[in-house]
Ligand binder design. Structure first.
Ligand code: SAM
Length: 254
């Protein structure tokens, strides 16, 4: 009788201890998981910050001695009496653009397009910051297209000499033409600095964009993409060469 009571008490204590230990063990696992996620996120953020800094350094030396593209565009338009407001020049700031692009979650192997690429800054910036298979730019004005083409050779040289980027030399391409006539159906992420686009061009461009496959992301400066196939995924105010502008990021959902 006496032995039996002692056993029960022992049993009770050992079960209690077991559940206590189990609770400590499980909460320990959750705490370690949470902590490792925080550490991993911080590590990724610092890796990205380093990459953006290196990209900035490379683009500063690439553009450092070049003529200001604003004047390249302006002089050509004055000389040829081109006065369409869609050619008004302004451009991205690379660090700010890298943050924007990050919001589209680029996946390795995707293709980036800047439609109306100007001096090509966004095209050079994109594959330095993310593992794009290719970055392509389309520009209508000949001197700006020539500007990008000339810089492309210098860019390839700078990248192959750069310790940080030379392992994955990015592929960039430029096309001269009207963005409404170019086949960009292989693209996954598009950038449209559309502040000055004409309304009729804009509507035609939306028709072209809505023929693209589901999953495509579109970053647009100033304008809204009013089409039921696209869902707004992010919006914010970002720094551009002329000041702050509203930016809208869409994903094609159907
Ligand atoms: C505001 S700038 C933006 C440059 C560049 N995307 C950036 O943000 O750094 C717009 C550019 O689009 C070009 N553009 C305007 N209409 C175009 C068209 N129909 N086809 C191709 N390029 C065009 C202009 O010449 C200009 O260089």
């Amino acid at each position: 009788m006496c032995i039996c009571v002692i056993d029960r008490e022992n049993m009770f204590i050992s079960w209690f201890e077991f559940f206590l230990l189990l609770a400590i063990f499980v909460s320990g696992i959750f705490a370690v998981r949470k902590l490792s996620r925080i550490v991993f996120r911080k590590y990724r953020v610092s890796l990205f910050a380093t990459r953006v800094q290196r990209m900035n350094e490379l683009l500063s030396s690439l553009y450092g001695n070049e003529e200001n593209p604003y004047y390249v565009s302006l002089h050509f338009r004055e000389e040829h009496h081109i006065d369409g407001e869609q050619f008004t020049y302004g451009e991205i700031l690379p660090s700010s653009f890298a943050q924007l692009l990050n919001l589209t979650s680029p996946v390795a192997g995707e293709i980036f397009y800047d439609l109306g690429c100007g001096s090509g800054k966004a095209v050079f910036c994109a594959p330095l910051c993310f593992p794009f298979l290719k970055a392509k730019g389309v520009e209508l004005l000949p001197p700006l297209f020539e500007y990008c083409s000339k810089l492309k050779n210098q860019f390839m040289q700078l990248v192959t000499e750069n310790k940080y980027f030379k392992k994955n030399v990015p592929s960039v391409e430029f096309f001269q033409g009207d963005l409404l006539n170019v086949d960009f159906s292989d693209g996954n992420i598009f950038f449209l600095n559309a502040t000055c686009f004409r309304d009729d061009d804009w509507n035609n461009l939306i028709k072209k964009l809505s023929a693209l496959p589901v999953g495509v992301r579109v970053i647009i400066v100033t304008r809204h993409l009013e089409n039921e196939a696209f869902e707004l995924i992010e919006t914010g105010t970002y720094s551009m060469s002329w000041g702050f502008s509203s930016v809208f990021i869409y994903r094609k959902t159907r």
